[in-house]
Design a protein around this ligand. Sequence first.
Ligand code: ADP
Ligand code: TRP
Length: 339
Amino acid sequence: MSKKRVLTGVTTTGIPHLGNYAGAIRPAIRATQAADTESFLFLADYHGIIKCHEPQMIHESTRAVAATWLACGLNPEHTTFYRQSDIPEILELNWILTCITAKGLMNRAHAYKAAVQANLDNGQDDQDHQIEMGLYSYPVLMTADILMFRANDVPVGRDQIQHVEMARDIAARFNHRFGRELFVLPEAKIDEGVELLVGLDGRKMSKSYGNTIPLFEDSKKLQKSVNKIVTNLKEPGEPKQPDESPLFEIYKAFATPEETAEFTRMLADGLAWGEAKKLLGAKLDAELAPKREIYRQLMDNPGRIEDILQAGAQKARAQARGLLDEVRDAVGIRSLKTA
Ligand code: ADP
Ligand code: TRP
């Protein structure tokens, strides 16, 4: 039986945060450790340049995201670990898929719809004001990432489910149109214990919003960030509900079900928000401190990261070429010396 394939990527638009870790990085690494699994983990830098127009940040983030994957336990011997832009085959596939993707499907993509809505809310006459083609076709590039390596499972946070469903649609459409089962239909894998973590301003924690708790700050800064999580004005001693502060979901993402139940009880018994924040800070630090050390060492040695990525790119390209040749053949792009 062939092995199950797990694939996921993180965009290189900033420094990884708790949401990236709990929503994507940790479950992806766990999935790679399961028996009978082949895994593909990558830095989505071509997705990065859609949202981030600061070259220095793209570059710095590439180093930080790579160091984060490795510090969190990615073993490059067992996982194909690469940078998207090192695999030109992905862009070739991107174009072929663009040619069979319905424009209407892209009109329904959340990120594009949100940008249109923002224009309308701002009273813009042109609903597409300042929206670039990269944003519009973002889901096709993501589809190429996924289909290129015949991924079965795609561990992602909840905000990415729609994109994986689009990849399924596009794969099925291609297979149907060209009468060949070339593409595997992928499935999003959501860590059921983890909600989308909320950031320091009450919106989704996101590199793009500057509202994050960075994953590998030192213990002191980590606690400082945790102290900024929004709570209500309830006094120590007053009973509190889990949904009264985003800190609960963060705690839950890092605790066992028993610890979470205990934390819920303590809140109900009137635990002060300040104390709750201390408990959360300590919980995070316990899980992250050993990884932080490895992260720092790697950040100081970008040459080593680059070597690992180049070795990964070689492995990835060898895989990609075979499927791309079949895809080109399916659409009629092939040597004139063949029938
Ligand atoms: P960001 O919004 O920070 O730029 P990315 O788009 O790079 O994050 O997402 C990388 C992975 O992390 C995706 O699988 C995404 O679903 C997950 N993720 C991002 N933000 C969160 C969050 N706040 N909570 C849980 N998962 C998240
Ligand atoms: N779009 C994803 C995000 O912003 C990152 C990403 C790019 C990705 N290509 C992917 C995730 C392929 C999973 C599979 O989070």
